[in-house]
Design a protein around this ligand. Structure first.
Ligand SMILES: Nc1ncnc2c1ncn2[C@@H]1O[C@H](COP(=O)(O)OP(=O)(O)OP(=O)(O)O)[C@@H](O)[C@H]1O
Length: 329
């Protein structure tokens, strides 16, 4: 009898652990999705707001408001599924899929070679003022975006990236996505940011910031207009030179694996290595085309870099941005 009770207690405890464990995992992944997607952050804020109004209305006995907000919350689930249909679909598609070869799975020499090739090709692209968008997949899968481009499975090399972004090729329009140390695709389309953005930046920079808002990827942008190089990460666009670029890439790879030994401060202060010999560009002064009042608001969603250096006045008034935008998508 005692044994039976102990066994049934044990089973009950295991059930509770399983129950709580599964729910915790679901909550963890939901929070991860919310955190990585600016659209879902807005949505969660909206839901919290409606919940607050509903609670106040219930507490104060405001029956009409309580009724309306309750209906909004009841029907909200359906609305969420409709609004987030693409996200829900891709989430379901991902279930059961094997994990991709991420950058973190590369060994030290592969990482170093990848960084060397990226710095070298970015340097060449910048010097020849060839517009480019090179996105490095991190932990969030870029499958959905790879699907919008032309699939490739090629070694990352200075020569190949130069060829892809050469204006004469059909693949030059759009972004290259790098998965692990392979070029997964070219000509991919990214969701452009919808945030307020300095006018001198066009569709390419908007796309780079856009993808960095919804995933943890790192994107290198080379401006066709100026040859300037920027990095988009976590919704922030930072203009870099060769040393900054290398340091950022080292840091990014380091974050997932301590195998890359150079520390951040060492990297930033380090003299140029062989691939850093030719700086891509001096860090250009950065424009803030906003009033001081607006700047306070922008602090939180900093678009620009190097606060001490105002952005170079480099307008593109004559340029028809829309014309160059990746219209095919
Ligand atoms: N959503 C997008 N996803 C991927 N690539 C895009 C996207 N929008 C534009 N591009 C790429 O950017 C090119 C247009 O760049 P545009 O000149 O408008 O941007 P820009 O930020 O001003 O860059 P640049 O300084 O190089 O001129 C397109 O030809 C295409 O290759």
């Amino acid at each position: 009898m005692l044994n039976y009770l102990t066994l049934s207690n044990l089973i009950a405890v295991l059930k509770i652990v399983l129950d709580v464990g599964v729910v915790s995992i679901i909550i963890y992944y939901c929070l991860k999705i919310v955190k990585n997607n600016s659209r879902t952050i807005q949505l969660v804020k909206g839901i919290l707001f409606v919940l607050l109004i509903n609670w106040i209305a219930q507490t104060l006995g405001l029956r009409t408001i309580a009724f309306i907000t309750t209906q909004v919350l009841n029907w909200g689930v359906l609305v969420i599924f409709i609004i987030f249909q693409p996200e829900v679909r891709s989430l379901l598609e991902k279930l059961g899929k094997t994990t991709f070869t991420s950058i973190s799975s590369l060994n030290q020499s592969e990482k170093e070679r990848l960084i060397d090739e990226l710095v070298r090709s970015t340097n060449d692209l910048a010097n020849s003022k060839t517009g480019a968008l090179i996105c490095l997949e991190q932990t969030n899968s870029l499958d959905d975006y790879i699907a919008t481009g032309t699939a490739l499975d090629a070694d990352v090399s200075d020569e190949l990236l130069g060829t892809i972004f050469w204006e004469g090729t059909p693949l030059h329009d759009g972004a290259v996505i790098i998965r692990g140390n392979r070029i997964a695709c070219a000509s991919a389309f990214f969701p452009p940011t919808t945030r307020e953005f300095p006018r001198q930046y066009g569709a390419r920079h908007r796309a780079a910031v856009g993808i960095s808002e919804v995933t943890d990827s790192i994107t290198i942008v080379v401006s066709e207009e100026t040859g300037n190089v920027s990095i988009a990460k976590e919704g922030v666009l930072t203009q870099v030179n060769a040393v900054n670029l290398r340091a950022t890439l080292v840091r990014a790879l380091q974050a997932s694996d301590p195998v890359v030994s150079t520390t951040t401060s060492e990297t930033q202060q380090a003299p140029a290595s062989p691939t850093q010999d030719v700086p891509i560009k001096e860090v250009k002064p950065l424009i803030k085309k906003r009033s001081r009042k607006k700047d306070a608001k922008i602090e939180a969603e900093a678009i620009v870099v190097q606060p001490s250096t105002p952005l170079k006045e480099n307008t593109k008034e004559g340029k028809a941005k829309g014309g160059k935008t990746n219209a095919k998508k």
